[in-house]
Ligand binder design. Structure first.
Ligand code: ADP
Ligand code: ZN
Length: 796
């Protein structure tokens, strides 16, 4: 017997494949990319079949237990892509494949046993004597299928498995595998429709239909496709017996049909028919040319906010579909971009499927199958949608390509979906379009060096002008307020106030908001801190409350009246006196969204303010609802964290205020300036998107920071050049490549020690190739959830 071999990639943190025997009965079914159930230690694991090796040096091979797919879960392209990722990001292939598998398929397998034929009395008699236990099993199964676990409870035997195999061999029972999680199976619903020739059949009836049945019959004629019986009965307020009678008369058909779970956006607005502007046209011509050639090509579409990038994606997809191909659109975070998604829906309707983590397992499984089966041709989603199983891929769009949410850094596999998208395009001979108003330094550098093709949309649509931007120095502002109070104290002879008023809204911003409220125009305010205020500070000694486990300052949440750690979620009561100096002057310092909200209510009692941050948008759909409210003009001011900075397109917004630009600038990260420039440019871009002129007010304690200078001038190239020079000087990407190794542990000395050992090992590798190893050093947040964190940085 020739035993074939199979290489299986298992979802284990081990950098190797595992070889198994492939039993005869599975050989004809097994194909690369199919999921396989294999024994591993005492368990069974689901892995992916990735190779048929000719030989192996491994002894005592175990056999593949079963092949779980009728068709490969992974195409040849996806196997190549995931293998590249495993290699490039130092991740076991099996872990990449697990991340690329729709969640519903990754469930555990359950084995079920059922009776096929009951042996004849004579057979049973002879059998009973030899094998009392097998006989017992057959009798058990007479009342219906059972799982192996259930049988084991009734029949105690160590060799249960081989007994079952013997019974299976005689053809008396069958053993099959089922997904444990029934949610991931196709969902069936009962539907009803008119049967064929129903009208002539009805005409030929000897008696007329009773009133109820007649009504049902007539209502059914309005539907061209099967409708869910449950819904039909509810809407027509009839009983199932009338429906059944119709079916018995041969007028209606009731049957089971697969239900596709997908989140429907209520009636997408009809698509606008737009005439492309000249820059849009020339961008599209370049893209369409590459699409016609069917050769890999990456475009960097640099267009200021509101310049019509999304429209270019839409037209590019149209030409890809016309050529019989499919498209993926990556967006930074699906819940943050309902407007964008709706726009794609209005153009492509049911050809679009969403894939994202707020969908249920079943919904995701359905979207995945529809994509694989070619029933939809466009997938939109966040980073994981880069794995969408579309065949014949023609285009991948990465919208807002600079966004850090494309990077998965908190769980294996750690990857950047933007870069994976470019590699997928290479493998599939497809086109990639990376779009942004503020491209990442790396991508722009790639465009300058000719690796990518740069396309520009330099102007806003309809001659809408970019907004005017003012910087307010908040230190000066505080001095001014202080001086005013001092003058008042002197001139009126009153007592010096104990508390100095500390406002998060400057005079200029206050005036500007007031003006918009008068004119009934919209205002967006960005404060990149959620909650009420972010620290609790002792006025006398400066003591600040921190998390005991994470070493970060705690945030006060006034709704719950507690301090919360935003890293580990730990909660604490605010102190009534300072634990350090016993002073009683405890102050809430700095400004979270919630505090700014209160302040706005005091300053503008008549204004309607909606607040949007992680705390107000945890419920599904909450985000979209708040936005719709604001878009319709039911609210005057939209206040929020960086959620309000991205992708929103509301023509009525003419003022954008940034409460504090500093929260981003102070992060200890070589990309901090870049992120600041991007965030501020993005949020500024929400103002003045129509014929109404926009204005932006940015408040900061560091008015001379170089990224602000370029934000004010809307000067991306200027920022890019200055940033690039800084990167070159300090040898940061794109002039080097950086790998960060994070070590975590409960005991700080142990983490340090192991870090040093590892760093030394790395340094020893430097003989034939030079790279720098830095560290180990404390991470920016040295402790999270009681684990000490040290970083080793490798610069190549
Ligand atoms: P971006 O994606 O660059 O921010 P959008 O594609 O959202 O820009 O375009 C901004 C606004 O201009 C949208 O309301 C869009 O419908 C509109 N728009 C885009 N292209 C055109 C065009 N060619 N003619 C008229 N309006 C357009
Ligand atoms: Zn904590």
């Amino acid at each position: 017997m020739s035993s074939a071999l199979a290489d299986i990639a298992l979802p284990l943190p081990l950098n190797q494949l595992f070889t198994y025997l492939l039993p005869d009965h599975l050989q004809s079914r097994a194909q690369l990319g199919m999921r396989a159930l294999v024994p591993f230690g005492k368990k069974h694991l689901t892995g992916v079949l990735v190779g048929f090796p000719r030989s192996t040096s491994v002894r005592n091979l175990k056999a593949v237990r079963d092949i779980l797919d009728a068709r490969p879960t992974f195409s040849a392209t996806m196997l190549r892509l995931t293998q590249w990722m495993a290699d490039y990001y130092f991740v076991p292939w099996g872990e990449v494949l697990r991340a690329a598998t729709p969640q519903g398929l990754a469930q555990e397998i359950k084995q079920k046993v059922s009776l096929v034929v009951l042996p004849s009395a004579a057979e049973l008699q002879s059998f009973r004597k030899k094998a009392r236990r097998q006989f017992q099993i057959l009798r058990l199964l007479e009342s219906g299928p059972m799982t192996i676990g259930q049988i084991r409870k009734k029949v105690s035997s160590t060799a249960l498995y081989s007994m079952l195999r013997e019974l299976e061999g005689r053809g008396w029972i069958a053993i099959h595998e089922e997904l444990k999680d029934a949610k991931a199976k196709p969902k069936l619903q009962t539907v009803v429709r008119l049967s064929e020739h129903a009208l002539s059949k009805a005409a030929a009836l000897s008696k007329p239909l009773p009133a109820k049945q007649k009504m049902i019959f007539e209502t059914l004629q309005e539907f061209s496709h099967p409708v869910s019986t449950r819904e039909f009965l509810r809407k027509t307020r009839t009983s199932s017996s009338s429906l059944r009678s119709l079916a018995e008369k041969g007028l209606a058909q009731i049957f089971q049909q697969e239900e596709i779970r997908s989140i429907e956006y209520e009636n997408p607005e009809p698509a606008l028919q737009l005439t492309l502007t000249a820059p849009q046209k020339s961008a599209l011509t370049a893209i369409a040319g590459a699409i016609d050639e069917s050769r890999y090509h990456t475009f960097l579409l640099h267009g200021v906010t509101g310049s019509g990038k999304t429209q270019v994606y839409i037209e590019a997809i149209r030409s890809v579909l016309a050529g019989g191909k499919t498209a993926i659109v990556l967006v930074p975070e699906i819940s943050l971009t309902p407007q964008t998604v709706r726009r794609f829906r209005s153009h492509f309707g049911s050809d679009v499927a969403l894939m994202h983590s707020q969908m249920s397992v079943g919904e995701r499984f359905d979207a995945w199958r529809m994509a694989r089966d070619g029933r939809i041709r466009i997938v939109i989603g966040p980073r994981s949608a880069v794995f969408a199983p579309l065949e014949n891929l023609g285009l991948i769009v990465v919208d807002e390509e600079h966004e850090s949410s494309y990077k998965q850094y908190d769980a294996s596999p750690r990857y950047n979906a933007r870069d994976v998208a470019v590699v997928r395009a290479t493998i599939a001979n497809a086109i990639a379009i990376l779009g942004s108003a503020t491209p990442s330094v790396e991508s722009y550098h790639n465009a300058e060096s000719g690796k990518y093709h740069l396309l520009k949309l330099p102007d806003r649509i309809d001659a809408a002008r970019l907004p005017r931007i003012d910087i307010v120095d908040m230190l000066q502002e505080r001095k001014r307020v202080f001086a005013e109070i001092r003058d008042k104290v002197r001139s009126q002879g009153i007592a010096f106030p104990k508390h100095l008023p500390q406002s998060s809204v400057s005079q200029l911003l206050k005036e500007q908001i007031g003006l918009r409220l008068q004119r009934k125009e919209g205002v967006i305010l960005l404060q990149n801190r959620r909650g009420f205020s972010h620290v609790v500070e002792c006025f006398d000694c400066g003591y600040v409350e921190r998390c005991d486990r994470c070493d970060v300052t705690l945030t006060y949440h006034s709704a719950k009246k507690h301090l919360r750690c935003h890293y580990c979620g730990a909660v604490k009561k605010p102190p009534s006196f300072c634990p350090n100096c016993r002073g009683i002057e405890i102050r809430f310092h700095a400004f979270g969204t919630q505090q700014v909200h209160q302040e706005l209510e005091e300053l503008f009692p008549a204004a309607a303010v909606v607040r949007m941050d992680l705390d107000t948008t945890t419920r599904k759909g909450a985000h979209d609802r708040l936005l719709q409210q604001f878009g319709k003009g039911e609210a005057d001011i939209l206040l929020g964290t960086q959620m309000v900075a991205k992708g929103l397109d509301f023509p009525r917004v003419t003022l954008v205020g940034v409460i504090s630009a500093d929260t981003q600038m102070l992060l200890p990260d070589f990309r901090a300036s870049e992120r600041t420039f991007q965030l501020l440019t993005q949020v500024a871009g929400r103002a003045g998107r129509s014929n109404l002129a926009g204005e932006v007010v940015i408040q900061t304690m560091q008015p001379s920071h170089y990224s602000l200078k370029h934000v004010v001038l809307h000067d991306f190239p200027g920022f890019y050049r200055e940033e690039l020079a800084y990167r070159e000087e300090l040898d940061y990407p794109p002039f080097s490549r950086i790998v960060v190794v994070e070590l975590k542990g409960k005991r700080e000395d142990e983490v340090s020690k192991q870090g040093r050992v590892f760093a030394d090992l790395l340094r020893e590798q430097q003989r034939d190739r030079f790279f720098t190893v830095l560290g180990p050093a404390d991470a920016a947040i040295p402790r999270i959830r009681n684990l000490f964190r040290k970083l080793i940085v490798i610069k190549d």
